[in-house]
Design a binder for this molecule. Structure first.
Ligand code: DGL
Length: 258
């Protein structure tokens, strides 16, 4: 069975892992760089150093493919990592194209971290897919902090989102793109704040499909186990594993919210 690793700065990447766990058999490794999260407001060179360190570690652990289950890490490091390793490096990209394909008449709000929003990769993506200038970009860095604290709902989260969404006339939008894997935890709150004409769109399904295509993963037939790491530290503590399980269960619910 193939060993595939999922990397994120923190717990956001669990949303991509959850998608893979539902669909394919593999030996799964999940690495959250919790010593250095959040990435989204750090200098790019610093992020690159962290991601390279993590992928070196995962290669030593026998990873035969690494999913950068983090839009920020992909923006900074995917190109460089692909030159360094001969196994597949699967990146993530905010699903702006998918959103525009769903409705090419209304506006699309792409949310992500400040690093992803300001990156060259985003500029190239928008240049490629947004011919009619329908896309707006919005950085939501605080959602990463809320997620890492396990604060997925409540007044503080709602107030922050309301404030950030206030400048947009949401009736003109067909989609809000979740361009950071941490944002998947907030789908219920977002759904309550957004009008019905705005769908929530993420790139998890496409990323996992690409992983399966590149590595030949077989459809799920087993109860696959996951080995968890927090910045090179193997997590074996029962309480912590239960907490991670709780997050995965929340993501199962979030996945149904569109
Ligand atoms: N989950 C990450 C992403 O998809 C980044 C979160 C962060 O560390 O700022 O962009």
């Amino acid at each position: 069975m193939k060993t595939v690793a999922f990397f994120d700065s923190g717990i956001g990447g669990l949303s991509v892992l959850e998608e893979a766990l539902c669909k394919f058999d593999a030996k799964f490794i999940f690495y959250a760089d919790r010593e250095n999260v959040p990435y989204g407001e750090k200098p790019r060179e610093e992020i690159l150093k962290y991601v390279e360190e993590a992928v070196d570690f995962l290669a030593e652990r026998g990873a035969e493919a690494v999913v950068l289950a983090c839009n920020t890490a992909t923006s900074v490091a995917a190109k460089i990592l692909r030159q360094k390793y001969d196994f597949p490096i699967i990146g993530m990209e905010p699903a702006a194209k998918r959103a525009l394909d769903m409705d090419s008449t209304k506006r699309v709000l792409v949310t992500a971290t400040p690093v992803t929003v300001a990156g060259e990769k985003m500029r190239a993506l928008i240049g490629r897919v947004d011919k009619e200038h329908l896309v707006d970009l919005l950085a939501l860095p605080k959602l990463v902090n809320f997620a890492e604290k396990g604060e997925f709902t409540g007044v503080k989260v709602e107030t922050y989102l309301k404030e950030k969404l206030a400048p947009y006339n949401l009736k003109d939008y067909s989609a809000l793109v979740l361009g950071c894997t941490h944002f998947n935890y907030f789908k219920d709150t977002l759904r309550n704040l957004l009008p019905d004409n705005v769908s929530l769109v993420d790139g998890n399904e496409g990323t996992v499909r690409e992983l399966a295509r590149r590595t030949g993963l077989q459809p799920k037939s087993l109860d696959n186990e996951v080995e968890f790491y927090y910045s090179k530290r193997n997590i074996t503590d029962k309480k912590e594993l239960m907490r991670l399980d709780g997050y995965i269960n929340r993501l199962k619910v979030m996945r149904e919210i569109k």
